[in-house]
Design a protein around this ligand. Sequence first.
Ligand SMILES: NC(=O)c1ccc[n+]([C@@H]2O[C@H](COP(=O)([O-])OP(=O)(O)OC[C@H]3O[C@@H](n4cnc5c(N)ncnc54)[C@H](OP(=O)(O)O)[C@@H]3O)[C@@H](O)[C@H]2O)c1
Length: 249
Amino acid sequence: MKPLSRKTAIITGASSGIGRATALALAREGANVVAAARRFDRLEALARRIADEGGNALPIRCDVREPSEVENVVDAACKQFGGIDILVANAGIMPISLMRNLHVAEWMATVDVNFKGVLASIAAVLPRFLAQKSGHIVTLSSVAGRKVYPGSAVYCATKYAVRALSEGLRMELSPSDNIRVTVIEPGAVITELLETITDRAALEEIQKNFEEGRALQAEDIASAIVYAVTRPPHVNVNEILIRPTFQEL
Ligand SMILES: NC(=O)c1ccc[n+]([C@@H]2O[C@H](COP(=O)([O-])OP(=O)(O)OC[C@H]3O[C@@H](n4cnc5c(N)ncnc54)[C@H](OP(=O)(O)O)[C@@H]3O)[C@@H](O)[C@H]2O)c1
């Protein structure tokens, strides 16, 4: 039997990058995968790939900024697979910019997706996790949740918030309700994340860290998530920080 047989995992932001790689990796470990994001064609292609590999996947269109859409994902997951065991709250954007350039709409969007979207995802699974006295919540913070970079103030603020939230969740829910919490903190990973940057100066600065062959691959992060969620029930992997070897800060 595979380690995650009969388990169901919801992954937000599964249409690309770390979320997609995590969906594939969890399915290979035997999990039923519920893949959520806005680009449904990408999710359908992912679900076909998982099915071709012998796994189970349910693609669902979802914008994490809409709490009711995240609740629909949870309802659909329960209907299809009978419950939920793992949430990977991964959906995120990184439209970094210098504060002086006043990309205010992007500041707000970053908070809405990276922080409020994580809150909505947690709210959607929590009643079930509390009722079943088990569950695993994996959040995606970042090295930017430990260190502030000029030009990334708002993004860093959301990732600090996700890290604080994860620690608060763990303290409240792990000892009393057997709900495990893992925060993943990647350094530079080559994904589509930089495509959300419209501020040229900020993009030029950050691109140096995302060099092909030196930066991390999405699969490097997916394997850390697999590690966290396949430990025995008494092991709560709280935090994993992963930098590319070349990355100093
Ligand atoms: N790449 C890195 O270097 C790095 C480092 C540290 C942390 N992270 C974090 O890792 C997570 C995944 O990012 P990635 O690097 O894999 O980037 P990515 O390839 O751009 O993936 C981001 C995912 O989030 C989804 N998403 C964005 N807005 C959404 C919304 N409103 N509702 C639902 N889904 C939404 C996107 O799907 P749709 O557009 O289809 O909705 C996509 O699937 C993010 O939280 C990011 O902050 C990344």
